[in-house]
Write a protein that binds this ligand. Sequence first.
Ligand code: FAD
Length: 290
Amino acid sequence: MIPAAFDYHRPGTLDEAVKLLSSYGDQGKVLSGGMSLLPSLKLRLGSYAHLVDIGRIPGLDYIKEEGGFLRIGALTRQSTLERSDLIRTKYPILADAVSLIADPLVRNRGTLGGNIANGDPGNDQPAIALAVGATLVARGPKGERSIAANQFYKGLYETALARNEILTEIRIPLPAARSGGAYAKLKRKTGDFAVAAAAVQLTLNAKGAVDRAGIALTNAALTPVEASDAAKFLIGKMPDDKTIAEAAKLAAAKSAPGADRRGSVEYKKDMARVMVTRALRKAVQRAGGK
Ligand code: FAD
């Protein structure tokens, strides 16, 4: 289908983009890589009179460690993350997920900021943002503000961002020693969204017990799901098979998926449990545990 008509704007700076969005209100929409927005316009799931393309605003495409954080600019493309040595060697939770997102064509256009800001529970990177305790930095008419990832998702396609705010940076705390992360995803075929997927980031203490844990689920409800009960359960415990199995059960109990062509509610909940188990085991291994 052909999308409804819109005016296309290509601001050169963030301030200009924010001004445009402020003047168009509900009729304005940020366009980044277009890999979610354009299909939804073509399917007429939404229409906006003004698209504000932020794709060529300079200074929003970077991956760097600075000030205690891994800082990733919102316009960083999935393919850039995929090729980054820093991500591959130090942030395996991100590396696990990126090559499972869509296909190479989509990853060449889609941005991390778009994936996080889209508000689709099927997107893979929001669960990672929750598990690692990311901070999301946004720019609006009043300047910059930081939003904790666990305060960001409000409903289906609904985030804490106002219509005239632009996500500019994703900040991930630098992992402490003996930390490990992993993302496990079950999908039916390349290019498909998850049947179930889990993000886990944890830190072990000197004895090998869990010191800090973050667990979150993709495509398990209308928003990404933070499994905080399961994460709390792990604290202070040795992450052996029994503990991991119990934590995975607690995490899956938090999921509330809908039945669709990817499976029944029962199947998806059980696959969430399996994905948490796999991600936990890998994260423990990567943290130097057994
Ligand atoms: P756009 O499509 O440009 O924007 C998406 C939404 O976010 C829009 O509402 C837009 O207004 C808003 N937005 C974008 N950037 C910002 C910003 N910086 N600030 C504020 N708002 C912003 N994703 C997965 O995670 N896993 C998958 O398996 C997967 N499979 C896919 C398969 C196909 C065939 C396709 C077409 C897409 C798939 N996607 C998948 C979605 C893809 O990853 C999108 O690229 C991503 O969700 C959006 O990034 P984008 O830069 O293209 O954003």
